[in-house]
Structures are given as structure tokens and as C-alpha cells.
Design a protein around this ligand. Structure first.
Ligand code: SR1
Ligand code: MG
Length: 397
């Protein structure tokens, strides 16, 4: 006889989230708790629970569908397990840059974690004009450590293969393959853009050279299992203050190319820069430079002191790897710029510009820059050249 195990999964409510918190004894017995559902992302429920002394926790729960679209887009609950595991693995290397996890429940697809509500989502803060002086230094450190130590340079080959299997994440990868690397470059129903962009978008769809370069970047995303990447490292996946940074939400984690997280983060800094006047953009360009410089110097020093790969000492090999990473970073950043402008899941940095003319102008710039980065990535050899190149593309706007 086959026994069919009934799933105990059901979406939490504010009341059942409090009941769960009570069962876990995370507050003093008898504490009076309040709960608000604060999830503003595309996929999950997020409950903020507090006692009367403002001690809090976060309960995050995956929904069995993509919230941004609705129940017509089913989505695996296993992403919650991927997220917990990625927080655990990355947390070994950068404990101060990820949230602490108190409890997980695979069947309920729930993660209970540290309350980060004293910080602000970096995207929102950047839109409000905050500087976050340590953001790029922290993210450069996060990227170098998480990428190096989960790669064949930083870990034993057998362990890496085992980890890569554990982080097989086909459904979430498919979302990125479609939404970042495919749909925006074709006339696809998931795209979403204003009438004022139509002629630019049609030009993009007709550009065979651009499409060939996107195909090469997609191939890299599909096949290069270089390191355990976060997989969705935009500024909405980062909590920040002037002194602290925490990377959250690694549910898209998988073994992918080194340059993917770096490119996504940099693209989201650039999307914020594009929402500003020319003379206000330098602080974002500065964050771009620092991110790369901290990443590459930290990666280099880990390579020199910690590498388990015998060829690491061979002259020219590190430079070859870093050259490849910067080229991929620039290309992936270009795809993310295009996708966040005309694809599914836009960014508030551009969408919240209230003047139609200014918004359309900023979005045209994002498309122009995205296309330029994708097609010219091989010509840009350093981060200084990269930022100079961006200024050049945008100088006549
Ligand atoms: C259907 S999911 C849309 C987007 O939300 C996530 O944050 C990822 O960026 C994904 O591409
Ligand atoms: Mg997310």
C-alpha cells in the first residue's frame, strides 16, 4: 500500500506566525507579541514579530507561487531550503554580513531569523539619497569570500562537487534564464515597458549582434559552475546602515559564474545612478569602483594564501581569472540593466521617477548603457576604464 504523506504546509497568517514564535520559545514566556506582514519582495511572506520591549524576530515563508504574478505561476517551496543552506554556507565565511538563522522548517518552508528592521533595504535608502559609506566595501568583502571559498580555488574538489549537487536549483535558475537572459531581448509577454520606449525596444529586438552577445552570456550562466553565487544580489537583497550591511534572500543560490553576483550588484548601483542628475552620479560610480577593488584585492590575497589549486602559483593564471571575471561582470550588469527596465520585475529607482519625460529619459539611458556594456565588455580591461566608459556613454544625455 502506498502511503501518501499529507503536506502540513499552509501559508502563515499574522496570528499563526505569533503562535509559531511562541512554540519556539524565542520570547519570554507570556510576552505580548505583535506581528506585521512586511514582505514587499516578489516571492515570499515576511512577518515581523515584536514584544513590548521591541525585541524582534523575522519569520520568512516561501509561498508555492510567485507573489509578483499570482497563483498562476507555481514555484517550488524547496527554495526556502536553498536559502537556509546558502545563508549557512556563506555565513561561515562572512558571519557579520549575513543574518543569523534561529530556526528552519522545511515542510512549512519557513526561516526564523534575526530582526534586521533597525537597518534599511539599501535600494530604498539609496533612493532617499543615503550614502552608505561602507556598503561597497562590505559587498566587495562578501563577494570575494563567498565566491573564493566555494570555488575550486578555495575548497576541496570532492566537497565542491557535493555542494554543487546540494545547490541544484533548476526552477529559480529558469526564472533568471528567462527574465534576465531571454525575454527582454524578444517580443515576449513577460516584458513590461512604456509606450515612450517602444522604438528603442524594437531596435534592441532587431539587433542580431547584441543577441549573439546575450546568448554567450546566457551560455555562461547556464554552464559555468564556478562558485556558490547568491543568484539575486540586487540592492533590494541588502539591508544597510552607515555602519552595517547584511545580505539577505539567497533563494536563487546555485553554482554559477563568478561574475554574476558582482554584475547584478553593480547594475543596481548604476540603475540608481541613472535616476539622478549627471553631477550626482559620482557617489554611485565610486561605490562601483570600491566594490570591484575590494573584491579583486581580497580575492587576490585569498588566492595567494589559501588556494588549494596547484596552478595558482603559475604566473599569469590569477590575471587570466580576474580578466574573465571582470568581462563577465560587465556583460551580466548590462543584461540586468536591460531586464530591470523593460522586463518583468522593475526597480523602484526608475519606476518611481514621477515626471514622465525624466523617467523615460532615464530608462532610455539604462537601455543604451545595458546594450553598450553587453557588446563592448571585452574591450574594458579595468574598473577605472569601466567607469570612464560609463561616463562616456552617458555624457550626451
Ligand atoms: C518572478 S520573480 C521576479 C524576480 O524577483 C526576484 O527578486 C528575482 O530578481 C526575480 O527575477
Ligand atoms: Mg529576493
Amino acid at each position: 500500500m502506498t502511503v501518501i504523506k499529507e503536506s502540513i504546509y499552509e501559508p502563515l497568517t499574522e496570528q499563526t506566525a505569533i503562535e509559531l514564535a511562541n512554540r519556539l520559545n524565542l520570547f519570554q514566556e507570556g510576552a505580548s507579541l505583535t506581528c506585521n506582514e512586511i514582505g514587499d519582495g516578489n516571492l515570499n511572506l515576511v512577518f515581523h514579530i515584536q514584544d513590548t520591549n521591541n525585541k524582534g524576530i523575522i519569520i520568512k515563508q516561501a509561498l508555492p507561487y510567485a507573489k509578483v504574478v499570482g497563483e498562476s505561476w507555481p514555484l517550488t517551496l524547496l527554495r526556502n531550503k536553498i536559502e537556509n543552506e546558502a545563508l549557512r554556507v556563506h555565513g561561515q565565511f562572512v558571519p557579520s554580513l549575513v543574518p543569523e538563522v534561529y530556526y528552519t522548517d522545511e515542510e512549512l518552508a519557513v526561516t526564523v531569523m534575526e530582526d534586521l528592521s533597525y537597518l534599511q533595504i539599501a535600494r530604498r535608502g539609496l533612493i532617499e539619497g543615503k550614502d552608505y559609506p561602507l556598503l561597497s566595501q562590505h559587498i566587495g568583502t562578501y563577494l570575494a569570500n563567498t565566491l573564493f571559498f566555494t570555488s575550486d580555488y578555495g575548497m576541496n574538489q570532492q566537497n565542491k562537487k557535493r555542494l554543487a549537487k546540494e545547490f541544484n536549483n533548476p526552477e529559480l535558475c529558469k526564472i533568471t534564464e528567462d527574465l534576465v537572459f531571454t525575454d527582454p531581448f524578444f517580443n515576449h509577454e513577460t516584458n513590461n515597458f512604456e509606450e515612450g520606449l517602444k522604438s528603442f525596444v524594437e531596435e534592441l529586438w532587431a539587433d542580431e549582434h547584441l543577441k549573439l552577445e546575450v546568448a554567450k552570456l546566457k551560455q555562461k550562466f547556464l554552464t559555468a559552475g564556478e562558485a556558490l553565487v547568491h543568484g539575486d544580489l540586487h540592492t533590494g537583497s541588502i539591508f544597510a546602515s552607515s555602519t552595517e550591511t547584511k545580505v539577505i534572500d539567497p533563494e536563487f543560490a546555485f553554482y554559477g559564474p563568478f561574475g554574476f553576483d558582482i554584475g547584478q550588484f553593480i547594475a543596481n548601483l548604476l540603475l540608481n545612478a541613472l535616476s539622478l542628475e549627471q553631477d550626482e552620479r559620482e557617489k554611485l560610480f565610486n561605490h562601483v569602483e570600491i566594490t570591484w577593488n575590494v573584491f579583486s584585492t581580497t580575492f587576490t590575497s585569498l588566492w595567494k594564501t589559501e588556494s588549494v589549486e596547484i596552478f595558482s602559483k603559475t604566473n599569469g593564471y590569477l590575471d587570466y581569472v580576474l580578466d574573465q571575471i571582470i568581462e563577465d561582470t560587465i556583460g551580466f550588469a548590462g543584461c540586468e540593466l536591460v531586464r530591470r527596465t523593460i522586463g518583468l520585475a522593475h526597480v523602484a529607482d526608475l519606476d518611481e521617477i514621477s515626471s514622465d519625460d525624466i523617467r523615460i529619459h532615464a530608462k532610455r539611458n539604462a537601455l543604451k548603457l545595458g546594450k553598450a556594456l553587453i557588446t563592448n565588455r571585452k574591450q574594458i580591461r579595468s574598473i577605472e576604464q569601466f567607469v570612464t566608459y560609463i561616463r562616456g556613454v552617458l555624457q550626451h544625455d
